[in-house]
Design a protein around this ligand. Structure first.
Ligand code: PEP
Ligand code: MN
Length: 338
């Protein structure tokens, strides 16, 4: 942390700050720049609190220079991680597609979509058995029966299963049937759930909270990693803004922002990020262009009768067309991807 002194700060005021730093057992490094003095606190574990210095006479401001997240930061791991989900990988040189349904509604619906996902060459299938619905009257998912259908998809198509858990009991069930646990946007700061999945042997797909900053997003990942599970994949799924033309505002700038400070892979979900069928393919193309490690896409054989998120579901043929387009974009960009 850096303590920046006011331009007219006296020797006495500077000494007082230095004494305070010493009293905590930390070292200080002073630098004089133009007409202002800054004091860098060398604090190994970053535990020093700004509040201690902010109110001292002569102090202009305190600035955190080390990141609040440690284990999710590329200070802790320089090489970008490649997260394994069964035989599939996220974060490697290939683009990873997670195709599937919003909610598992029936065996027929899920199998119809799984067939298309398999045909597209994707290795991961996602479907919700436990659905976080805004209204308690909305379809809540088939629960364990839905997980059993997903396990059938794995057996029949060889696809690896990604599915959401909203509480610790659901994590126990998801661990029994699936390969990757999704933490939804509404639970990004459900800290006891994050700690629980941090103890899981499964990898975790962590969706960005709909109002989360980059720091909050990475601190949520930090909760999981701190429990021992480094197999975390981040997912941008749109944030709440004043815009009304789309369900959410897909914040693609988070992709390079994450890549600058963290080794964790990040994928993009243009389905929830737009909420509109006609926007999904365009934003999928943009997500690949911006450097995302993969995409999460919702598909439905008859979106008009979907029990959840029908408006954003791609038809099977639209999904296959989108895959062709993004493959072409990825091919063009792969020589320049870092
Ligand atoms: C979903 O993936 O179907 C879902 C509910 O996502 P989110 O948590 O991003 O809203
Ligand atoms: Mn959905």
């Amino acid at each position: 942390m850096l303590v920046v002194m006011k331009s007219g700060a006296t020797e006495k005021e500077i000494k007082r700050v230095l004494k305070k730093i010493e009293s905590f057992g930390f070292c200080a490094e002073i630098s004089n720049d133009a007409n202002c003095t800054s004091i860098d606190i060398i604090d190994g574990d970053g535990s020093v609190s700004a509040a201690i210095f902010e109110n001292l006479a002569g102090v202009a401001e305190t600035v955190y220079t080390t990141k609040t997240y440690k284990l999710a930061s590329n200070d802790s791991m320089q090489k970008k991680s490649v997260v394994k989900v069964g035989a599939a990988e996220i974060g490697g040189k290939d683009l990873t597609i997670i195709g599937g349904v919003c909610a598992v509604e029936s065996r027929e619906q899920v199998f119809a979509v799984a067939e298309v996902v398999k045909k597209s060459g994707a290795q991961l299938f996602r479907g919700g058995a436990f659905k976080p619905r805004t209204s308690p009257y909305g379809f809540q998912g088939l629960g364990e029966e839905g997980l059993q259908i997903l396990a059938e998809v794995r057996a029949r198509f060889g696809l690896h299963i990604v599915t959401e858990a909203m509480d610790n009991e659901q994590v126990d069930l998801v661990e029994k049937y699936a390969d990757m646990i999704q933490i939804g946007t509404r639970n990004m700061q459900n800290f006891s759930l994050l700690k629980r999945v941090g103890k899981s042997h499964l990898s975790v797909l962590l969706k960005r909270g709909m109002s989360a900053t980059l720091e909050e997003f990475l601190l949520a990942a930090e909760y999981i990693i701190a429990e021992g599970n480094r197999n975390v994949v981040l997912c941008e799924r749109g944030i709440r803004t004043f815009a009304t033309h789309a369900r959410n505002t897909l914040d693609l700038s988070i992709v390079p922002a994450v890549q600058k400070v963290s080794y964790l892979p990040i994928i993009v979900d243009p389905s929830h990020g737009t909420g509109k069928n006609y926007m999904v393919t365009a934003l999928a193309r943009a997500s690949v262009a911006v450097g995302a490690d993969g995409l999460l896409i919702e598909i439905h054989p008859s979106p008009d009768s979907a029990l959840s998120d029908g408006a954003q579901a791609l038809l099977p043929e639209q999904y296959l067309e989108m895959i062709e387009q993004i493959k072409a974009i990825h091919k063009v960009l792969s020589p320049i991807q870092v």
